[in-house]
Every structure is written in structure tokens, then in C-alpha cells.
Design a binder for this molecule. Structure first.
Ligand code: UDP
Ligand code: MG
Length: 318
């Protein structure tokens, strides 16, 4: 017979994507190690080295040597944070799973509160959203706000402004996420797509402890387009609607011109305006083909069924 205290403690798996994080990693480990002493649950770390070119992997290996709770997976190249999170979730074995940035922008102390909401209030997931964007370039904040407004209009899936990827989830929700095996992963959307009850905690933006952000403006822009293409087909519908509207306008123009010719004869004029119309329509057509191409290219990548990540080195199952 098992006694009460012999029953295995619950485990929280902490998935940590790391890309060139040699500076932040030691701070992160120290903070988490300290926190783990206050937790009732055991921790399991799944660090994912996303093709770092610095000493991240060496640091992970040496940490894993002294701390048995640490698992690491090292990719053969940089596959991106989405792939890293997927790899982490796939290899996490805990009863609860969380993912957080290694730069301490996701405050580890919030974990205690998150656990409480899941265990006591019955939520399936607790997410974190920052209510301020302090320390971020204003232009970036402006575009981020526009993006969230736009995507929420265009998609049935709710994307919460300021939501970070940091969240604690039950095993059931993680399993649901793992069922979504798409190649083009846009986690903010995937988290909403699987549903379940999510509690949102709010906090003030925290700046990186060390190192620098991996997101350039251009990378963020591409990521935003990816989000729209992954969770909305509105751009396709819009292209068709614009096409139909322009046909109607063209038809009206034809009627006007015929009427004018019949009444006033046919003086040859209006070349500059004609050139403008041709350029405008040409541009619009290319834009709509581009929109279609964006969806087609995603479909193309999905049909290839390439692996989401490739592992070069790991201490799992050794
Ligand atoms: N990251 C990653 N692969 C990438 C880019 C980032 O694994 O290609 C990790 C990075 O190490 C960090 C997290 O994703 O733990 C968030 O990155 P960052 O702090 O640069 O993003 P920000 O907080 O500025 O949005
Ligand atoms: Mg960060």
C-alpha cells in the first residue's frame, strides 16, 4: 500500500527556448532554482537550444551535469522560437507545462499564482499579458497595436493584445496543442484555437536581464503576416470583393463613355488618366496575386511535410 507521502509529487515542465542566450542563461537558472524551493511541485526543465552560435549549448550541458532536472534538446540549426516551443512541449513529461523566455522578461514568480488559478479555480491555462510596453520603441508599439486590431477583425480566433507566450497549461491542453502538427506555427493563434479556459494575468513590461532581442522590425513584420495568413482567409475574400467592385466601376465608365461619344463625338483625350488607371489596376492585380501567393506558399510548405525541427544533440533518453 502506498502511503500518502509516497505518492509522486506533481511535476511542472518548464520549456525554455534559447537562441544565443549565453549571457541570460545563468541568471535565468539561478532565478528558477531559487523559485523551485518555494514550489510544492517538482520542476523539469526542457531547454531547447535553437541553433545558437555562442556558448549556450556548453552552458546547458554543464548545468545538466549538476542538475538532474535539466533536459536539453539542441537543434541542428536555428528553426525559430515556434519550432523550439513545439520541441519542448513534445518532450515535456510534466502534469503541467509552462513555457517562458530565458531573458527573465517572463517573471518566474508569477508561476506560483498561475498554479493557484489552475489548481484552485479550475482554469486549464493561465496566460500573461503585459499592459504596458515600457522600454519598447514607440513605433514598434504602435504597429503592434494596429496589428492586434486588424487580426482580431479578420480572424475568428481571439488574439489578446500584449499576450506573451508565457503561460502554464494542463497536460490535457498541451496534448491538444501537440495534435496541431502544422509546419507554419503561430502559437498565439494555436493557444486560442485549442480553446479551454484561460485566465489572463496582467503585468508591467519587464526589460531583458541580459543580451538583446532577436526580433528585428522586419522579422516582426513577417511574423505578423504569418499570423494573418495562418488564422484568417479574409484577405482572399477581400481580393475578390475589390475585383468585383472594380468591374462594376469599369462597367459604369463604359456606359458613360459610350453616352459621351454618342452625344459629343470622339475627341482623343484623357491619356494621362488612362495611364494612371492602367498602373493602378496593374498594381492591384499584382497585389491580389501576391495575397493568393502567400496562401499558396504556406500550403506548399505544409504539403512537403518537412519536420518542424531537427535535433543534433540531446540528453533525453540517454
Ligand atoms: N528565441 C529562439 N529562437 C529564435 C529567436 C528567439 O528560441 O529564433 C528565444 C529567445 O532565446 C528567448 C525567446 O525566444 O528565450 C524570446 O526571444 P526575445 O527575447 O529575443 O524576444 P522578445 O522578448 O524581444 O519578444
Ligand atoms: Mg525577450
Amino acid at each position: 500500500m502506498k502511503k500518502e507521502k509516497d505518492i509522486k509529487k506533481e511535476t511542472i515542465s518548464v520549456v525554455v527556448p534559447c537562441y544565443n542566450e549565453e549571457e541570460a542563461l545563468p541568471y535565468y537558472y539561478e532565478a528558477m532554482d531559487k523559485l523551485s524551493k518555494d514550489l510544492k511541485q517538482d520542476l523539469e526543465f526542457v531547454f531547447v537550444n535553437d541553433g545558437s552560435r555562442d556558448k549556450t549549448l556548453e552552458i546547458l550541458k554543464s548545468l545538466a551535469k549538476k542538475d538532474k532536472r535539466i533536459k536539453y534538446i539542441s537543434f541542428s540549426r536555428n528553426f525559430g522560437k515556434e519550432a523550439a516551443m513545439y520541441a519542448g512541449f513534445s518532450n515535456a513529461t510534466g502534469d503541467y507545462v509552462t513555457t517562458m523566455d530565458v531573458d527573465l522578461q517572463d517573471p518566474p514568480e508569477l508561476l506560483k499564482e498561475m498554479i493557484r488559478f489552475i489548481k484552485e479555480d479550475g482554469y486549464d491555462s493561465v496566460g500573461v499579458r503585459r499592459v504596458t510596453r515600457k522600454g519598447e520603441p514607440p513605433i514598434r508599439s504602435f504597429f503592434a497595436r494596429c496589428f492586434y486590431k486588424l487580426i482580431n477583425k479578420m480572424s475568428d480566433i481571439e488574439m489578446v493584445d500584449g499576450a506573451r507566450d508565457y503561460r502554464l497549461m494542463t497536460r490535457q491542453m498541451v496534448n491538444a496543442l501537440l495534435e496541431l502538427k502544422e509546419y507554419n506555427r503561430y502559437s498565439k493563434g494555436l493557444f486560442s484555437f485549442v480553446g479551454f479556459n484561460t485566465k489572463w494575468l496582467e503585468y508591467e513590461n519587464v526589460e531583458r536581464v541580459a543580451g538583446e532581442t532577436k526580433w528585428s522590425f522586419w522579422k516582426l513584420f513577417k511574423y505578423a503576416i504569418e499570423g494573418i495568413v495562418a488564422f484568417s482567409t479574409v484577405p482572399l475574400v477581400l481580393s475578390s470583393i475589390i475585383g468585383i467592385l472594380l468591374c462594376v466601376v469599369a462597367f459604369l465608365f463604359i456606359l458613360v463613355i459610350i453616352a459621351k461619344t454618342l452625344v459629343f463625338g470622339d475627341p482623343v483625350s484623357g491619356w494621362p488618366s488612362l495611364a494612371c488607371i492602367i498602373i493602378f489596376l496593374g498594381g492591384l492585380q499584382l497585389f491580389c496575386i501576391g495575397v493568393m501567393g502567400e496562401y499558396l506558399s504556406k500550403t506548399y510548405l505544409e504539403t512537403k511535410k518537412r519536420p518542424i525541427y531537427i535535433v543534433k544533440d540531446t540528453n533525453i533518453n540517454k
